[in-house]
Design a protein around this ligand. Structure first.
Ligand SMILES: [Zn+2]
Length: 301
């Protein structure tokens, strides 16, 4: 722990103890109780408070770009090689568990689907997925209809499309779970649903890698974005467009499959289950020489 962190820790600790009605002077006067109290305060809670103190990672990622009219204004900004996204303290945008359309290339429309569609009915409550600041709240008749984009301190931007009503304005601060609009069928939409996108700068990430709608949960505490690792949709597009059942399909298979680590899994057991070799699994996920995996982690294969 650095000195900076130690100072923060003590500041936070005294704050927490102050909440509990203990005067700060008592702490300085008596050294012994500090240790006991340190143990009494959940260390995980303290670590999380420290983590969040200067946690607006979006600032370095998006620089000064703040556009309140365009959904996707980041073409010029380079993607980081990797970026760890904190998914804790989320709220599912809707209690619906029903995904009606997935992320990726849709042959019927001959275009990429940059989000997922979740069944909601007109008037259903739609909530902010994380704390954040509303960047866009507008109407786009030919596309998203009424839609809202929120930028979050964890670096993500989330987009909520086809709303019947928007209930927030640009630059408004929101908390995870705040109602931001109502479900609908506006814009290019056939039947009421929520079109939900999760983006890191200019890149759309398959929301399924972050949010598990059927189970109403996130896929883990963190998701690590790696540049180039999210090319599944492109590979699928190549496969679909080529129409061949040979090479194209292999590309899609290699690039586009994900496995969520379950309790008791090992690299060996997963590789066996998926019918691939361990080295491939380790390499695809940059797990290094002493690979460690944990339940909830998403592996690509
Ligand atoms: Zn959609």
């Amino acid at each position: 722990m650095t000195i900076k962190h130690t100072h923060r820790l003590l500041a936070l600790l005294s704050l927490m103890l102050a909440w509990q009605g203990v005067a700060a002077q008592d702490l300085i006067a008596e050294q012994a109780p500090i240790d006991r109290r340190l143990k009494a305060v959940d260390s995980v809670t303290i670590q999380r408070l420290i983590d969040r103190e200067d946690n607006d990672l979006s600032e370095e990622l998006y620089e000064d770009a703040w556009n309140t009219t365009m959904a996707h204004p980041y073409r010029g900004i380079e993607m980081p090689d990797s970026f760890k996204i904190d998914l804790r303290d989320f709220c599912m945008p809707t209690p619906s568990r029903n995904i009606t359309s997935h992320f990726g290339y849709r042959p019927a429309f001959r275009r990429q689907h940059r989000g997922i569609d979740i069944k909601v009915y007109t008037g259903d409550t739609i909530r902010a997925a994380f704390d954040g600041k509303v960047r866009v709240s507008t109407f786009q008749g030919s596309g998203y209809g009424h839609f809202v984009v929120i930028r979050h301190p964890n670096g993500l931007e989330t987009l909520y499309g086809h709303l019947s009503k928007r209930l927030v304005e640009p630059n408004a601060e929101v908390k995870a779970g705040d109602v931001i609009g109502l479900g609908g069928n506006t814009g290019r939409s056939y039947g009421s649903h929520l079109h939900f996108e999760t983006r890191l700068l200019s890149e759309a990430i398959d929301p399924k890698l972050l949010f598990d709608f059927p189970n109403q949960d996130v896929t883990g505490d963190f998701y690590v974005y790696r540049r180039g690792a999210n090319r599944a949709s492109q590979a699928q597009a190549v496969a679909a467009q080529s129409g061949s059942k040979g090479k194209g399909r292999d590309v899609a298979r290699n690039a586009g499959h994900y496995y969520k680590v379950k309790k008791g899994d090992t690299i060996y057991s997963i590789a066996k289950k998926l019918g691939i070799n361990q080295k491939q699994l380790i390499g695809n996920n940059s797990l290094g020489r002493k690979p460690k995996i944990r339940p909830g982690q998403i592996l690509r294969y």
